[in-house]
Design a protein around this ligand. Sequence first.
Ligand code: AMP
Length: 280
Amino acid sequence: MQTFLHTSALQSQLKTWRSQGLRIGFVPTMGNLHEGHYALIKKAQATCHEVVVSIFVNPLQFGANEDFAGYPRTLKADLDGLAQMGVGAVFAPDEAEIYPRPVTDMSFVEVPGLSDMLCGASRPGHFRGVTTIVNKLFNIVQPDMAIFGLKDFQQFTIIKRMVSDLAMSVELVGMETIREADGLAMSSRNGYLGAAERQQAPLLYQTLQDLRDKIRQGEHDYFELELLGQEELENAGFRPDYVAIRRADNLDVPFADSPGLVILAAAWLGKTRLIDNIQL
Ligand code: AMP
């Protein structure tokens, strides 16, 4: 496995691979890798000759009062895990490599509308940071395929829109959410949870499952169900940010008979903001 800190060196390796006709997969991450990340990599390896994993904690997608400084950085352990998986190349640039000028002076990519709702409403600028870095990483790696977790359902929806709007030639794959045994979606931020919070945390997924069951049983007053979900979360000790039932294809508010729904939630447990979703 080769670890690249600089774009130019990575690109020369990619050029060699491409000249050999190899299909290249790409898995962007912020590091602190867990089984969720490894599942994405395995899936990419199943259809690609070589997989590039990037590790970059992207300052542009963190708000001023968010956890950028404290975000877990575990590069050594991450590289060990990736080497064991047989990953061919890791791209681990520093901030200056990606943002050589003040970010306020640099070009950005924004998907309007989709980026302003749900998580975007409480994290202004977050998705602009995501689409800008993903676009830049796509330009650097020029992968045949890229894979993202559906745990970040809104993020995946926005990236699909960006790729379609801007005619980017990359195949996007979404990977189902990998969970702990008790149902909690794996996340680098789970490490922020105290012991008692960790016990409460699976109730987020439980709440989504309860709402899904109610819809399956024929309840279609989605607004009522969203309120019920928020109440359930509050009773379980969360501070809900939102519980939303949306169309899975475009995140629009559904009609009673709309097919293909997704239930999304974000909620605080102490200082930790957890997100999860479930598709019907
Ligand atoms: P992150 O390092 O949190 O930015 O995540 C990198 C990629 O891994 C994103 O595409 C995430 O959606 C995906 N991911 C994170 N957690 C999980 C999980 N529990 N299951 C599946 N994919 C995940």
